[in-house]
Design a protein around this ligand. Structure first.
Ligand code: C2E
Ligand code: MG
Ligand code: MG
Ligand code: MG
Length: 287
């Protein structure tokens, strides 16, 4: 390899690096603006029972429309954590989602549980518990109808601080769910050290069922484990009838996924409850 081609290689990378860094800086700048202008929307995805697709809960999922283009929360949430913006964003999501809970529980006879995703950084903020209480009172909702989903992976380093907030909120009636179970590390540690009401099995398990038969055994044993621990289990990412059928044979209680419904806008959700909405799945399940 000549010195010249080495030089070209360097220039090639540095230009690409420059472009990437610039793109990242622009994204960060827009994220600040989005916080100022509260550019968020919240969508709602039902959690349903496996046996008869009864809606048992709903998960709030943030949506950011950046100049007409949706940015994935998997991309901007970690960025917001890094920039110290996650507290503001989390507040805005809770404000909308608690308002939604209030509204939908007036339309629906059977009360459901609303889940909000939390970043572990939020749990570490000193006034987090207070702000949850304030927003709960503002919307006049029952803490027992509010669940917080925490992803295991990012969580371990901040265990002690977060644990206090969790304990306080649990005493007030809020419940906790362990999200994306099975793909992070030390999953079982969390189960034994914290008092979770629900466990969500990561979508990778159900989605690779067709070509990885071992996953059936894994799902079955995690369902068994959850039952023995008295924790409800939700399987994420169910997209096909075959996957749903498998869950049925495994006596799984509830699931979430495109097979039943994508995340819906608040308006679509109200229509769903009113029976006006035809679900956007190939299956057209009646509820
Ligand atoms: P998550 O909490 O594990 O949410 C599940 C994700 O899977 C959502 O992606 C949902 O739209 C998607 N999903 C649902 N059903 C299916 C399916 O059948 N197939 C497939 N392939 N995907 C499905 P989304 O909305 O893009 O959110 C990604 C992640 O971003 C969430 O993962 C959560 O960790 C985080 N997130 C979303 N909203 C918030 C929020 O308000 N606050 C915080 N801190 N994190 C959030
Ligand atoms: Mg979640
Ligand atoms: Mg999840
Ligand atoms: Mg996830």
């Amino acid at each position: 390899r000549s010195a010249e081609s080495g030089h070209q290689l360097f220039e090639f990378y540095s230009e690409e690096m420059y472009r990437n860094m610039r793109r990242l800086a622009e994204l960060e700048c827009d994220l600040f603006k989005a916080v100022e202008n509260k550019e968020w929307e919240v969508y709602y995805q039902p959690k349903v029972s496996v046996d008869e697709h009864r809606i048992v809960g709903v998960e709030a999922l943030i949506r950011w429309n950046r100049n007409g283009e949706a940015v994935s929360p998997d991309l901007f949430i970690p960025l917001a954590e890094k920039l110290g913006l996650i507290g503001h964003i989390g507040q805005a999501v809770m404000d909308k989602a608690f308002g939604f809970l209030r509204l939908s529980s007036m339309k629906d006879r059977v009360p459901i549980v609303l889940s909000v995703n939390l970043s572990p950084y939020q749990l570490m903020e000193p006034d987090f518990t207070q702000s949850v209480i304030r927003l709960t009172e503002k919307h006049g909702v029952n803490p027992r109808r509010i669940m917080f989903e925490i992803t295991e992976s990012a969580y371990m380093h901040h265990f002690d601080k977060a644990q206090n907030a969790i304990r306080q909120l649990k005493e007030l009636g809020y419940t906790f769910s362990l999200d994306d179970f099975g793909v992070g590390y030390s999953s079982f540690q969390y189960l034994s050290r914290l008092d979770f009401t629900e466990l969500k099995l990561d979508k990778s398990f159900v989605q690779s069922l067709a070509h990885n038969r071992k996953n059936r055994v894994i799902i079955r044993s995690i369902i068994g484990l959850a039952k023995q621990l008295g924790i409800a289990i939700v399987v994420e990412g169910v997209e096909t009838k075959e996957q749903w059928k498998t869950l049925k044979t495994l006596n799984c209680h509830s699931y979430q996924g495109y097979y039943f419904s994508k995340p819906l806008s608040a308006e679509e959700w109200i229509n769903l409850l009113a029976g006006k909405f035809i679900l956007d799945t190939k299956t057209l399940i009646k509820i």
